[in-house]
Write a protein that binds this ligand. Structure first.
Ligand code: AMP
Length: 403
């Protein structure tokens, strides 16, 4: 069974074609700068094999339909292609950012589902319209093929009311649906279930804290296989310190900035989403640059690292209190997989809670699932590479097999 995974953004489409028989990647690519004068399409066919080929074309990509057509042409190319015909694709899995309270699980897309995704546009005004574009194009190009929406928010729909409500007037929840939703759900679910498998445990009785540290960062408390709390909230701004996003701030800072710094709502939104986090503290948002700067004696870079890892530790403590029993802690995504210093600092001083890193095991970049805790650690610590495309493909397969 071959499944095409599509992650459609406002000016880009990421795609991956997987053969679910052995979960191998047949092709992986990206269409960028859609709508600009010059678009770019990059595609690697048969990655990791001795027949791997990468093409890069610069051409006009006026819209998503053209972008997806160009991608399909590469997949079905007579000489190089990985499938003879698009009819070989059994299903298309779409990443959809916001499912609001309507979607608790991946869902086959029909008119009703499309309407519900559209209804949730106010909750994700930048992302859901682009995701909808991707779905429309795929429906047109792969008529009759099941299209499945895999929501970033769905895994977190098991979070109980005491954790998802903000203590603000209840009417704002009823009228505006303001509550905590959480994001990165596909990644948290994927590494939680991989970790349970690696430890020989049933997910249904497994408690784990999953820590996704990339350009966006979030942490999830998973109890008996279900998300019971997560650090991102109504939008992907709350919680941990991210590349350019502030994470938790006193909400009164907004009013202060408006009154005293003459900033309007748009400027405040931009400041907290694009000019804060690691970048706000030290001018750099890539952890590799921050380490280089620290080595050169840059104090602000040191501060940024300290602020981020302290916040991580604080949330780990909070989620330990939420869960009571913690079987494992998992690090994933760009920083979580590659940065031993961030992992070590995020867990510093937690030995009295039974959390002990193995320094040697930790001193590596994670290319495959790796146990990072020492044998005496009561809580196992893992580094597990996240794989959003595979996770979406598995979810898609699961849904169409059930249908
Ligand atoms: P992601 O959003 O998961 O793609 O993660 C991207 C982030 O991971 C980058 O902004 C970097 O901060 C971080 N990153 C990637 N590679 C490394 C590395 N080798 N060491 C430290 N951080 C890294």
């Amino acid at each position: 069974m071959k499944i095409l995974v599509i992650n459609s953004g406002s000016s880009s489409i990421k795609f991956q074609l997987l053969d679910m028989q052995d979960e191998s990647v047949l092709a992986s690519g990206l269409v960028e700068r859609i709508g600009e004068a010059e678009g770019l399409i990059k595609c690697t066919l048969r990655p990791g094999t001795n027949r791997e080929t990468t093409t890069k074309n610069i051409c006009a990509v006026p819209d998503h339909t053209t972008g997806m057509r160009l991608a399909v042409d590469l997949l079905t190319d007579k000489e190089q292609g990985v499938i003879a015909d698009r009819s070989e694709i059994a299903a298309v899995g779409h990443r959809v950012v916001h499912g609001g309270e309507d979607f608790h699980r991946p869902t086959v897309i029909d008119a009703e589902v499309m309407a519900a995704i559209e209804k949730n546009i106010p909750l994700a005004p930048l992302h859901n319209p682009a995701n909808i574009d991707g779905i429309r194009v795929a429906q047109e190009l792969f008529a009759g093929v099941p299209q499945v929406a895999v929501f970033d928010t769905a895994f977190h729909q098991t979070i109980p009311p005491h954790a998802y409500h903000y203590a603000i007037p209840y009417e704002l929840y009823e009228k505006e649906r303001i509550r905590r939703y959480g994001f990165h759900g596909t990644s948290h679910k994927f590494v939680a279930s991989e970790c349970a498998k690696l430890m020989g445990r049933e997910l249904a009785t497994f408690n784990v804290i999953t820590i996704h540290l990339g350009n966006g960062c979030s942490m999830t408390a998973v109890e008996n296989g279900k998300s019971v709390d997560t650090s991102l909230g109504f939008t992907p701004l709350e919680g941990l310190v991210m590349g350019t996003r502030s994470g938790d701030v006193d909400p009164a800072i907004h009013a202060f900035l408006a009154r005293n710094c003459n900033l309007d709502i748009e400027a405040i939104d931009r400041l907290l989403n694009k000019e804060s986090g690691l970048k706000g503290l030290c001018g750099m948002n890539d952890m590799r640059d921050i380490h280089t700067a620290i080595a050169a004696g840059n104090e602000r870079a040191k501060l940024a690292l300290e602020v981020q890892t302290y916040r991580n530790r604080k949330y780990i403590g909070a989620f330990m209190a939420v869960l009571g029993r913690v079987d494992a802690i998992v690090f994933t995504a760009g920083i979580g997989e590659n940065d031993e210093v961030v992992r070590e600092k995020s867990l510093a001083g937690l030995a009295p809670f039974g959390i002990v890193l193995d320094r040697k095991a930790n001193s590596q970049r994670i290319k495959q699932p790796t146990l990072l805790s020492s044998p005496e650690s009561l809580v196992q610590i893992w580094g597990i590479p996240t794989n959003e495309e595979l996770a979406i493909a598995r979810e898609t397969k699961g849904v169409i097999e059930k249908d």
